[in-house]
Design a protein. Sequence first.
Length: 567
Amino acid sequence: MSWSLKKKSQVLLDAEQGTVRKDWGGKISVALVYPNTYAVGMSNLGFQTIYRHLNAIPDVVCERVFVPESQDLEEMRRSATPPFSLESLRPLTDFHLVGFSVTYEGDYINVLRLLAMAGIPLRAAARRAHDPLVLMGGVCAFSNPEPIAPFMDFVVVGEGEELVVELIAAYREGYRDRAGFLASLVALEGVYVPGRYDIAYAADGTIAEVVARGGAPSVVAKRRLRNVNAFETVAAVKTPHAEYGHMALLEVGKGCGRGCRFCLEGQVYRPVRHRSVDTLRETVARMAASGERRVGLVGACVSDYPWLGDLLKIVEENGMELSISSLRADSLTEDLVAALARGGHRTLTMAPEAGTERLRRSVRKPITDEQLMTACDLVRAYGIPNLKTYFMIGQPTETIEDVEAIPELAGRMLERLRVLDPSGRPFGRLTLSVSSFVPKPWTPFQWAPFDGAESLQTKLEIIKRAARRFSNMRVLHENPREAALQALLARGDRRVGDFLALAAAHDGDWRRALREWEGDAAFYTTRPRAPDERLAWDHFDVGVKKAGLLREWERARAEDAVAAGAP
Ligand code: SF4
């Protein structure tokens, strides 16, 4: 390994607090891989939690692996260095298990690039006795793992806190050889062994049948944490090199009961489970005692936490400042804004998602313009100068009027925020963050067509042009082509795996892979799906009933018809 790569790892480790270092002797070794850079991976609370839980098992050593920065990739190639763990600089092939934590479908390509660089055969079926077992967890694993399934020995479907302990026990007690171990895993609730499922396709390209073999369940049930109070979800390692590295992250609960029709998180983490105030009190006190000054509350919808007022008091009684990443305008309270202001918040984030009340009702996030304006008044009253707003384009039933309404609404919010300071300068900035809607499995919009990159680009131009009128408004957006990639991977089936392998072979150049791939991306992205079509993720059960989703999909379209004046 080159000296400069070693040195860079050492710099990252030296800046960390909470790194776990364990001796390897006789232990089960797990490489926990985040298929993106260190900065992104270390901001992920789920990744951090599993790192802590695995290392809490006495006979396990778990070390972290990340995707190298692009300049380091070049150095790795030059020095023939395979991907290695941060803690002991060992290559992936030294570990018994290589587990990927995947929260974003676009990272699938990095999963395969890392395997290829490590010299581990990409396809699970091609792995040899001495290769590590390759597994995957994270929200992509229980949303729809099918595009990446051919490359996984097994997949952890659901929340991993309890399951990782059982998996290690199964490995400790039952590992004789790869095939025998995988055969034994099919009995473990929440474990999916893709090699035990045969997929048959109909003449029109849709999935005709999925047949489970060798004792595998015909439907794989998601694992969920029953008692959230029994497992703390806090960041184990602090680092200034991660986005939230300056604060102690604390998850207040799992799931969200709001049911916004586009939202994957709101569906797959059901049922809603809040941690008790007493449990959080203990955690906050311990954080304060260890010298933490700032706590970042994390959860699908933190402002819906039922005992938020009590929690705010606990945080302040412990002399800590508060941070929350995003708030719902309709559950914003004066106490909360005041606490955030006292905590030094300079920016408050809200996600109206759509420019008109009609579209917000249609996607079932029925926040009114009035509630947004009231939220702006609160923000201004407590001297928070900046507002960040999240909007989405390309949602089902959207019209050009809905798109034009986005900058218009943002402009009104900005106007409400702006006050003149004594020097006569206006105060208040607004960031308009625009993302492209990608239909996700397990949501009522799973049958909806993706809007398409060209259409999204046109809509973006409308917004950007209108936003130029406001001097204190900044527009941020992603490239719609990247949203199109995500749309392909989010609802893809196993045949999309060939595209992933091609993209990895082209060193991550997925545009070139798309041109060369024999499959039809539009079949997975812009094609509307019929309600009776068998979907790629229908052999999973995440606790969401298809009939309920279908009802919600029909309601969304009915609300559109009512708005259009249909009888
Ligand atoms: S968008 Fe937010 S409020 Fe709506 S379901 Fe998702 S997490 Fe809950």
